[in-house]
Write a new protein. Structure first.
Length: 182
């Protein structure tokens, strides 16, 4: 984990707050917002760190896409989430992005548990988990066996992932301010 300069911190917070707001209200993250974050992250890192900054940004965005595009292809994640995480990676760089992703996953898991408990769908969720494991065993895609397992389906229990990304990013920034060398 490394400390981000204040300009990158501000850009990162602006991006994830706006994305979470859109995701909560509209259940989507606009392409223009993700593109803005991606290009601004690349430009700012290049300005601050020259050629090394360009590579930091490109590696961060590339790693995010390498992880999130397969999740999108499996219909476990929306395209906006993948594009937002690419923008986050372009701002933070690949090493910091890994920390953001881990924290995002932790917050996403907690929020998912709260959602499942709140909707009274614990048993149904466990049945879906069994269906996912069974589908992998027989080399099927989970969403082919149940439309509920397709994040784009109206039947799916969906969580606005940008909120998890916001919480993970904010936690990363706090941790980096406290413990990362400057």
């Amino acid at each position: 984990m490394s400390y981000l300069p204040p300009g990158l911190q501000g850009l990162l917070l602006l991006l994830v707050i706006a994305a979470a707001g859109f995701d909560l209200r509209q259940r989507r993250i606009p392409n223009w917002l993700a593109l803005f974050g991606l290009l601004a992250g690349i430009a700012m890192n290049t300005f601050l760190f020259e050629t090394a900054g360009l590579w930091i940004s490109l590696r961060g965005a590339g790693l995010a896409l390498a992880i999130y595009v397969p999740l999108f292809a499996l219909r476990a994640m929306g395209a906006g989430d993948a594009k937002l995480m690419a923008a986050v990676g372009a701002i933070t760089g690949w090493q910091n992005w890994i920390a953001v992703m881990i924290l995002t996953c932790l917050f996403g898991g907690v929020l998912a548990i709260i959602l499942v408990l709140g909707k009274g769908r614990v048993r149904h969720t466990l049945e879906n988990l069994k269906l996912i494991l069974t589908s992998w065993r027989f080399h099927h895609l989970p969403y082919q066996l149940s439309p509920e397992l397709d994040v784009g389906s109206e039947q799916a229990l969906r969580l606005p992932h940008a909120v998890s990304i916001l919480l993970g990013t904010a936690s990363f920034l706090v941790a980096a301010a406290m413990w990362a060398p400057r």
